[in-house]
Design a protein around this ligand. Structure first.
Ligand code: GLN
Length: 303
């Protein structure tokens, strides 16, 4: 199968889809995001990267950044991280506070906001926001293999000004003794991690370390790669994770910027970007596009 032709077909088909979803609007920066944008990129063994659509246009990682910080935290703390955050799907929205009270301030998994805050709080301990952000950027740049990746300061500032829900999550966990740093430091670091911007092509390159394929950067052990992929499969799309696993059959992580990173072990790292979101806050056309790709290639972790 000619993968470039397939990507071109997918990029040509997507604008005809009846429902593009709705672009996030919780910070003013999203007002400038064109809902008609679409990109798909495929990083393959040996370093080749195929793209179609607006694959060199930058967007904000938002929650996709959570798999990078999880990789860093596991490298730093190892399995001790799991005393503070669980490994179960939440079945609730990414920013829900509901389970925290009945589960004594331990978030369900590292990909819901509460869990990502614990992860960043764990990395922050014995460090500073500046040093942690430098480490996150350096990890991401190594994963991509390019230096030109930055934090959008205006997005980070807007996120900080509207972070009431994340502040509530942090305060609630602090009440249970599950926050080590001042909430302002943890949230400040978290909103900057979410505001990392890169293109769809760069996102595809960045996921190679989770594929185990030839030529991919080796940033973490194979055992950790498997565990991060397992968590992306079960929790990477929040209350849409079951649906994503059923339709796509690959581990994936979404963000409200409209990006999705999916991993086809041994075969490819796949990135899509389409800013319109579905009801669960995951890219509507991005999901459709990866589903189409997975069906055409037969790529699935389920056989
Ligand atoms: N910055 C967003 C938040 O914290 C990220 C959420 C997401 O991408 N799902 O709410």
């Amino acid at each position: 199968m000619d993968l470039q032709i397939l990507l071109n077909e997918i990029a040509a088909e997507m604008p005809t889809a009846p429902d593009r979803g709705t672009v996030a609007r919780y910070i003013p920066e999203f007002d400038c995001v064109d809902p008609a944008r679409f990109a798909i990129a495929l990083a393959l063994p040996g370093g080749e990267c195929l793209t179609a659509g607006d694959a060199d246009e930058a967007f904000w990682l938002q929650s996709i950044s959570k798999f990078f910080t999880l990789a860093i935290a596991l490298g730093r703390l190892g399995d001790r991280l799991w005393t503070r955050v669980g490994r179960e799907p939440s079945g609730l929205a990414f920013n829900s506070i509901l389970q925290l009270e009945s589960e004594a301030g331990i978030p369900r998994n590292p990909f819901v906001n509460a869990g990502a805050l614990v992860v960043i709080d764990a990395i922050l301990t014995a460090s500073t926001p500046r040093a942690v952000l430098a480490e996150i950027l350096s990890f991401i740049r190594s994963a991509v293999g390019e230096e030109d990746i930055h934090i959008n300061k205006s997005v980070a500032a807007s996120e900080q000004n509207t972070a009431h829900r994340n502040m509530a999550l942090a305060a609630f966990m602090a009440a249970y003794g599950n926050m080590n740093n001042a909430a302002a430091l943890t949230i400040g670091t978290y909103v900057h991690q979410c505001a990392v911007e890169m293109s769809c092509r760069q996102l595809a390159l960045s996921g190679r370390f989770l594929t185990g394929m030839a030529g991919a950067p080796r940033l973490i052990s194979t055992a950790r790669v498997r565990r991060i992929n397992a968590l992306m499969m079960t929790c990477g799309h929040y209350d849409g994770s079951g649906e994503f696993a059923y339709r796509v059959g690959l581990p994936g992580k979404s963000g409200v910027g409209g990006g999705i990173l999916a991993v086809a072990p041994g075969r490819a790292s796949i990135a899509v970007w389409s800013p319109g979101l579905n009801a669960q806050g995951n890219s509507q056309l991005g999901t459709l596009a990866i589903e189409r790709l997975a069906r055409a290639t037969g790529w699935s972790v389920f056989g």
